[in-house]
Design a protein around this ligand. Structure first.
Ligand SMILES: O=C(O)C(=O)C[C@]1(C(=O)O)C=C[C@@H](O)C=C1
Length: 360
């Protein structure tokens, strides 16, 4: 699969003067709930009304969605509000029912994207439709698996494709429900700049208080749209209560979010930017020189350790370094998260250098 300008045709054809917004409840609960939310979202920036019909839940015994019945409610949403509709599909039977009920956009969930078998089943079931299909990232931060899933749909002749960044599972507890790993989304855009990329702040945060900030970061990183879970009574939602926001809050958020341009033609701005970029280039070169110097020292340590048969990994020393660097970083306004990532990468490279010396 290669990047092509036409990949964004379906999005361009919407002629929006703001990012694409997909919103609606995590789950369709009752007909009244679905229609009430839909009417509150009518005449806002929302183009697509979302509602989960079949819900993949971590544990059995939780609310697993109303099933096909909810698709009739989505048809009513379309008839009464004019909004297009979307839902998640996870197997060929879901696809058949969603297509029969005229759902406009289908998304594939993170737990499906991880499985090439499921992706192939969905690609086969969707072949021949002109539906928009958005593929959420797999639960693990694996860009090749994400792109591979999209490629299966592309190879089945599905033209209106896009991706949803919903964050990644981690063993460690973080402030996020699913950590964003923004670098991976940036890498995605580098590889496929014309494949529409939508951010899902609800699943990244798991917490409505953080939704705005994640949306702003996504827009700052040129995402094409947002998919935001929305409920008129979030606290009493049947699923994902903590992360849903009200339609009113969504409207306010769309007013408050800053939509930034990719560049500006003004001469002074471009002159100042070039100067600052030249400074960055100098510093980047210094960083590379320093890292190379550090690895030369590591090579020396490797030679010394080899002579006395001493192990490469020295956890006590390493933890002392990490602790010191986190403190120094804080002093200089560098986040703990960044310092840990940076020094863990440096440590790994130092170990690789020493291994090479010891084996060589
Ligand atoms: O101090 C050592 O023993 C080293 O090998 C150097 C170093 C480092 O790069 O700072 C690398 C590996 C060890 O786990 C600890 C520290």
């Amino acid at each position: 699969m290669k990047n092509k300008k036409e990949m964004r045709t379906w999005l361009d054809d919407l002629n929006l003067d703001h990012p694409l917004v997909i919103a609606g409840p995590c789950s369709a609960e009752t007909e009244e709930q679905v229609l009430k939310i839909a009417h509150e979202l009518k005449n806002t920036d929302v183009s697509y009304f979302r509602a989960g019909i079949w819900k993949p839940r971590t544990r059995p015994g939780m609310f697993e969605g109303v099933g096909a019945l909810g698709l009739q409610w989505l048809q009513k949403v379309k008839a009464e509000t004019g909004m297009k509709t979307c839902t998640e599909v996870a197997n060929a039977a879901h696809v058949k029912l969603a297509v029969e009920h005229d759902v406009d956009l289908l998304w594939i969930g993170a737990r499906s994207t991880v499985s090439p078998f499921i992706m192939q089943e969905l690609a086969d079931a969707l072949a021949g439709t002109d539906k928009i299909v958005l593929v959420k990232n797999p639960v693990n931060p694996d860009l090749a698996l994400w792109l591979g899933g999209i490629e299966r749909l592309h190879n089945a002749g599905i033209k209106n494709l896009g991706a949803i960044h919903r964050g990644f599972s981690t063993y460690e507890k973080t402030k996020y429900r699913n950590i964003p790993e923004w670098q991976l989304a940036i890498e995605f855009q580098n590889r496929f700049p014309d494949l529409p990329l939508i951010n899902d702040p609800s699943h990244i945060t798991g917490n409505r208080d953080m939704v705005f900030d994640v949306c702003q970061t996504a827009l700052d990183l040129n995402f094409d749209g947002l998919m935001v879970e929305t409920h008129y009574d979030p606290d009493n939602a049947w699923s994902d209560a903590a992360q849903q926001i009200t339609p009113k809050a969504l409207v306010q958020m769309m007013i408050d979010l800053k939509i930034r341009k990719e560049s500006d033609p003004e001469a002074k701005f471009n002159h100042d930017l070039s100067n600052l970029r030249a400074k960055i280039d100098v510093v980047d070169n210094q960083i590379i020189d320093l890292l190379a110097k550090r690895m030369q020292v590591a090579d020396g340590i490797g030679v010394l350790k080899k002579s006395k048969n001493v192990a490469v990994l020295q956890s006590k020393r390493w933890n002392e370094i990490l602790g010191k660097m986190v403190l120094q970083g804080e002093d200089k306004g560098l986040s703990e998260e960044f310092i840990l990532k940076l020094f863990k990468a440096i440590h790994q490279e130092s170990i690789n250098h020493q291994e090479k010396v010891i084996k060589g």
